[in-house]
Design a protein around this ligand. Sequence first.
Ligand SMILES: [Zn+2]
Ligand SMILES: [Zn+2]
Ligand SMILES: [Zn+2]
Length: 255
Amino acid sequence: MPAVIKMTFLGTGTSQGIPVIACNCAVCRSADVRDKRLRSSVLIEAAHRVLLIDAGPDFRQQLLRANVQRLDGILLTHEHKDHIAGLDDVRAFNASTGQPVDIYAEQRVMNALQREFQYVFTENKYPGAPEMNLHTIDEHPFTVEGVDITPIRGWHYKLPVLGFRIENLAYITDVNRVEEPEFEKLKDLDILTISTVRHGHHISHFSLEEALAFIAKVQPRRAYLTHLSHLLEAHSELQAMLPDNVQVAFDGLTV
Ligand SMILES: [Zn+2]
Ligand SMILES: [Zn+2]
Ligand SMILES: [Zn+2]
């Protein structure tokens, strides 16, 4: 029996979020709350564990909004700021548990964290600086507190990124290509979350058309689109254009 697993979209926007600062387009001015998108991140609850995928600049606001009381680990897809910038706020969990927060990422991403959050890893630390335990991962499956996780290798133009499969659910963001052998790891999914930013070509992200082709190839029972930009239609208009098994995710959606 697969464990019951719950996923909450904490953010579903691209790196600028929606609305974009100083933009007056129809999507940025939309009154629909589903068109208010913080930077992309999901909370996964499985086997009484709580995991976060990515910790962008809206981390604090997102965890407050979802009333997250515990965190057993943060999985990072890659080191772009919209996926790591909120890590300073793990201090809240350091204070509540007295423990460092466990971070799982590739070596290259770890190196970026050590540069970007230099004060966390320095020898004479400022008292009250964040406490993080770094766990280096690669394409091979690993376990966080009893939760089995299978990384999926994708490409963000020339930058390798990791997606993650947990049980019957996969989350892949910021890719414009997934390596052919990785499709083996994506068989028999109930839920696939995949990113897209716009129609037409983008150098480092799936376009909407490419994301739909990817979904058609993987054949999950249901798919969700995330990491959306204001260049796509507003939520309801975009949803109406999609096949029945493809949903536009929105902030706060739980599946
Ligand atoms: Zn991103
Ligand atoms: Zn706009
Ligand atoms: Zn990125």
